[in-house]
Ligand binder design. Structure first.
Ligand SMILES: N[C@@H](CCC(=O)N[C@@H](CS)C(=O)NCC(=O)O)C(=O)O
Length: 334
């Protein structure tokens, strides 16, 4: 597949890098030496579940890259900076801005959010790739032989990553769970008032850059998305629907694992489907939602035994790429 180069690539990447310098924790990953030119760069955040998928793919495939770990949902709001937004708009290659929100952050369902991580840069091909699912597939396709998405299994693997991509993690993280809310205090503290804080920061950016039509359109699309979240996060009926949807997905995963003949979901070896699930199951555990498969460790009024999911989650959490890129990467939500 030939990928056309992004126009003004050097300026876009240099401007974004300069704009974010003060809040950018840069590290060399995957054995990249300090005197080496990075072929790949990743803008991401320690706690972003979308970024965790990309970091884990990079670690699994031992790809060297320059990591830009930047804050999200916090001062100085680097992902709302016009130079970062422009970088993402270039990477979106004309995709429509996000136009709704039902609790997940799926780009393929709700459109493209110009103000988030992860953003992946291929410096050699002069390409900017946005959206975790797309980035993970892109990286996998770059390494010569596709190890996480073998051609014969692409349909099954992509179906699973699409399911995980649409899990309503935003609602589960930021919304009030009706009944016993299992989220730990650190996550609640992070989540409380997050959307209004985002809206305030976005309004400020819109005011400062009011003469830039593209930036205003991008920021306003994001504001519509965040306002939709404000409207549903405290809505018990909506949140009950989100919890039921999530429980159903874990139930379906349990059935699929029960009929699998190996340790893995789509194949006799670990694939991108397992990688995506491992990260989302870990996130659910962090949210106190391990009750969806393990009532012993996570007593809860809605708790259910799902033994296959329990064993699968444990297996996935031992994967060295997962440990490096997620569990041991750093502490989020503090
Ligand atoms: N569909 C996108 C979603 C990206 C996304 O929503 N990123 C979140 C973190 S997981 C973010 O950066 N949020 C910051 C904000 O909304 O201000 C992807 O998978 O890359």
């Amino acid at each position: 597949m030939t990928i056309s180069k992004i126009e003004h690539f050097d300026k876009l990447t240099a401007d974004a890098e300069a704009a974010l310098t003060d809040c950018d924790t840069r590290t060399l990953q995957g054995g990249l030496a300090s005197n080496e030119q990075a072929k790949y760069e990743l803008y991401h955040n320690v706690g972003s579940i979308c970024a965790q998928k990309v970091r884990t793919v990079l670690a699994e495939l031992a790809v060297p890259y320059l990591s830009h770990d930047i804050p999200i949902v916090a001062e100085p709001w680097p992902t709302y900076h016009p130079d970062y937004v422009k970088l993402r708009i270039a990477g979106s290659r004309g995709q429509d801005f996000v136009s709704g929100h039902t609790g997940s952050s799926s780009t393929s369902k709700y459109g493209f959010d110009p103000t988030v991580v992860p953003t992946f840069i291929d410096c050699e091909a002069e390409n900017i790739v946005i959206d975790s699912q797309r980035i993970c597939r892109y990286i996998d396709s770059q390494i010569g032989q596709s190890t996480l998405r073998p051609a014969a299994l692409v349909t099954e693997i992509d179906a699973q990553t699409a399911i995980v991509d649409d899990i309503p993690n935003i609602a589960l993280s930021f919304g009030t769970h009706p009944g016993v809310d299992p989220r730990p205090p650190s996550i609640r503290k992070y989540a409380d008032g997050a959307m209004p804080r985002k809206l305030k920061a976005l309004k400020k950016v819109r005011g400062i850059y009011s003469s830039n039509e593209t930036i205003v359109r991008a920021i306003e699309a994001k504001m519509v998305k965040e306002q939709a979240a404000v409207d549903f996060l405290e809505d018990a009926d909506f949140m009950n629907g989100v919890l039921a949807r999530t429980a159903n997905l874990i139930g379906t995963l349990e059935s699929a694992l029960a009929s699998a003949t190996t340790d893995w979901l789509c194949s006799d070896s670990y694939t991108m489907a397992d990688l995506f699930w491992g990260i989302n199951l870990y996130r659910l555990k962090k949210l106190g939602m391990g009750y969806l498969w393990d009532p012993e460790a996570y007593p809860h009024e809605r708790a259910v035994y799902r033994y296959n999911v329990r064993a699968y989650a444990e297996r996935l959490a031992e994967r060295p790429s997962f440990r490096h890129a997620v569990a041991d990467w750093g502490v989020a939500f503090n």
